[in-house]
Design a protein around this ligand. Structure first.
Ligand SMILES: [Zn+2]
Length: 443
């Protein structure tokens, strides 16, 4: 009991307390060393879209704590990687703030690059269903697995009083797809008329715009009344007039006549969508239809998944593979093939496997590429310390600002493509060119 009051013990105790106090102070000093990085994301060249995500990879200089917020949502989630001192973050905002606690002295701190694909996925896969006819079982394959696809709609098959034919999709079924995050694309007002060579270019363009108007009417009564129709899939791709459509769609886009941004085509895949050079936003989105038909099977798509994964991982460049299929009226049921290929994809490269593939409609992937290549990201501030370190931690206080002030704010990825004009809502009026409809009503 006496030992409690002994001078030696008191001395030791005081020393211990002093050490604890110093250590605590040191930790507090370190914790107080906070660097804030602000990134402006100029989106003024981006037309209206349904999906506005941009993924950035940012060097954090091995900070002990990281917080990221954007001007729209406040704090937002992020993930570590791909490198040990990097984070990957996806934002829809025009300003991003990254707060780093105790970053190392590292002249790469704050450096950034755009991810090739959303969330830095290695590759993307998109599937679309053409012709809203006898497709209930096929679309259910994707709906049941929670995977959104594209639905390429022939508008008069759903809204014409003479329809529905047996097998036609109903507006209520369309609403189910929209609610599940599916993309809706324009596939003409009447499939066979659009295929027919009696149409000239003026008639074809007028039909595209009339179908857009039809789609807006349908979507206005859907769970997402503001959903934009961004893609056009060409009926009877490969026929003579097919070559007209990319020009027609660009004319609509550049003249701000509607929200259409691209066309789909067939038979060339997968393709490289790396950041550099910028993606050719005028390119036709190439689609593989080999799952259809008597010779169609899941095997050809599965082989293509394996090939795409290998290409993306070996080259380091993100790739994109897109497919489409029809209803059972045309080539027979392909429900089993769709189930086999989709389960393989999910279990091998998707959320149940390596988690390297982003499965999303063409519209959504295209929107990411557009945001990626049309946005200009700038680190606007030399990182500043937000709190003053204590006098005992001068080593920390001198660590970072000099390094960062040497870092020239870097406008990123100057786009070389011609900028898209900003879309202003231009209603399609009644001055539309009259369209000659043929008496054919084949599907
Ligand atoms: Zn079609």
């Amino acid at each position: 009991m006496n030992s409690i009051k002994s001078p030696i013990f008191l001395c030791l105790s005081l020393t211990t307390l002093l050490l604890i106090a110093l250590a605590t102070n040191f930790r507090l000093s370190q914790a107080a060393n906070t660097v804030s990085l602000t990134y402006n994301i100029d989106r003024s060249d981006i037309p209206p879209l349904n999906d506005n995500e941009l993924t950035l990879i940012i060097n954090t200089a091995n900070a002990s704590e990281i917080e990221i917020s954007d001007a729209t949502n406040g704090p937002i989630p992020f993930k570590s990687g791909p490198a040990a001192d990097e984070v990957t973050v996806t934002t829809t905002s025009s300003q991003l703030t990254v707060t780093l606690t105790n970053p190392a002295a590292d002249d790469q701190m704050g450096e950034f690059r755009k991810a090739g694909l959303k969330d830095n996925y290695r590759w993307a896969y998109s599937h679309g269903f053409d012709d809203n006819y006898f497709l209930e079982q096929e679309t259910a394959v994707f709906l049941d697995r929670g995977i959104p696809a594209g639905f390429n709609l022939v508008t008069r098959w759903i809204i014409d009083p003479a329809s529905p034919w047996e097998g036609d999709f109903q507006a209520s079924e369309l609403n189910t797809l929209i609610a599940a995050g599916w993309a809706i694309n324009n596939h003409a007002t009447d499939h066979e008329n659009s295929c027919h060579t009696i149409y000239d270019r003026v008639s074809r363009k007028a039909d595209v715009l009339l179908a857009q108007e039809d789609l807006r009417t349908l979507i206005a009564a859907s769970p997402k009344p503001d959903l934009l129709v961004l893609g056009y899939t060409v009926p009877c791709g490969g026929t003579a007039q097919f070559n007209d459509y990319p020009g027609i769609i660009r004319e609509i886009r550049d003249g701000q006549e509607d929200t259409l941004l691209y066309t789909d085509g067939i038979f060339q895949f997968p393709f490289n969508v790396d950041v550099s050079p910028p993606y050719d936003l005028d390119a036709i989105i190439k689609r593989d239809s080999r799952i259809d038909g008597s010779g169609g099977s899941a095997a050809v798509l599965i082989a293509e998944f394996d090939k795409t994964s290998q290409l993306a991982n070996e080259s380091g460049n993100p790739h994109w593979y897109t497919t489409f299929s029809h209803g059972s009226h045309l080539f027979g049921s392909n429900v089993a093939a769709l189930e086999t290929m989709l389960d393989y994809l999910i279990n091998t490269y998707g959320s149940n496997g390596t988690d390297e593939v982003w499965i999303a409609p063409t519209t959504v992937v295209y929107s990411y590429l557009l945001v990626r290549d049309k946005s200009v990201v700038t680190l606007v501030n030399p990182p500043a310390e937000t709190t003053t370190p204590s006098p005992t931690s001068t080593n920390i206080a001198t660590a970072t600002p000099t390094l960062i002030s040497n870092q020239t704010p870097t406008p990123f990825a100057t786009a070389t493509n011609e900028p898209f004009p900003l879309h202003t809502s231009t209603p399609i009026g009644s001055n539309r060119t009259p369209i000659l409809f043929l008496p054919l009503n084949l599907k």
